[in-house]
Design a protein. Structure first.
Length: 157
């Protein structure tokens, strides 16, 4: 994340004005060096806040995608064994079957965004919905899918 902050700072360096005379009394210090230091610290803090907030927004929307274990040992054979393959296929079929019993409109958004990886802005444009409405349908579809899967699993027990 520190690297992302530094990259953003470098990209916006040409917009930094060390001689800015804003309305904040701390910025109008009698010492020009102090004023420049205060301005630089606030400028960098705004960039840091922006980068970190976007990082957490992305993490909340797609958990597990941004944080990667740095020292994860590789397996000798990365291919799953037969039991894992069967289990994954059964889970996939269970999810698809549960999706069929939920709202088709929400399922379409869920599949396009979560499975196919289409950005939500594109999904919203394709189905002619405002972006915020598409996000609401997406959230409702996730809740409905989770509830349907839990209902089916409880029924199997």
């Amino acid at each position: 994340m520190a690297q992302d902050v530094l990259e953003a700072a470098v990209k916006s360096w040409d917009r930094f004005d060390p001689d800015y005379e804003g309305g904040d009394p701390a910025r109008r210090s009698s010492d020009p060096e102090t004023r420049r230091n205060v301005l630089f610290a606030r400028w960098l803090n705004r960039i840091t806040t922006h980068v970190v907030s976007h990082y957490y927004d992305r993490e909340r929307r797609r958990p597990g995608e941004l944080t990667v274990a740095p020292f994860e040992a590789e397996r000798a054979d990365p291919a799953p064994d037969a039991a894992q393959t069967i289990t994954r296929e059964q889970e996939r079929l269970e999810i698809l079957d549960a999706l069929r019993s939920t709202d088709p409109h929400g399922a379409t958004i869920l599949i396009a965004h979560d499975i196919d990886g289409v950005p939500m802005a594109e999904v919203a444009a394709q189905i002619r919905l405002p972006l915020s409405t598409a996000y609401k349908h997406h959230a409702r579809a996730r809740v409905a899918l989770r509830a349907e899967i839990e209902r089916r699993r409880a029924k199997e027990r």
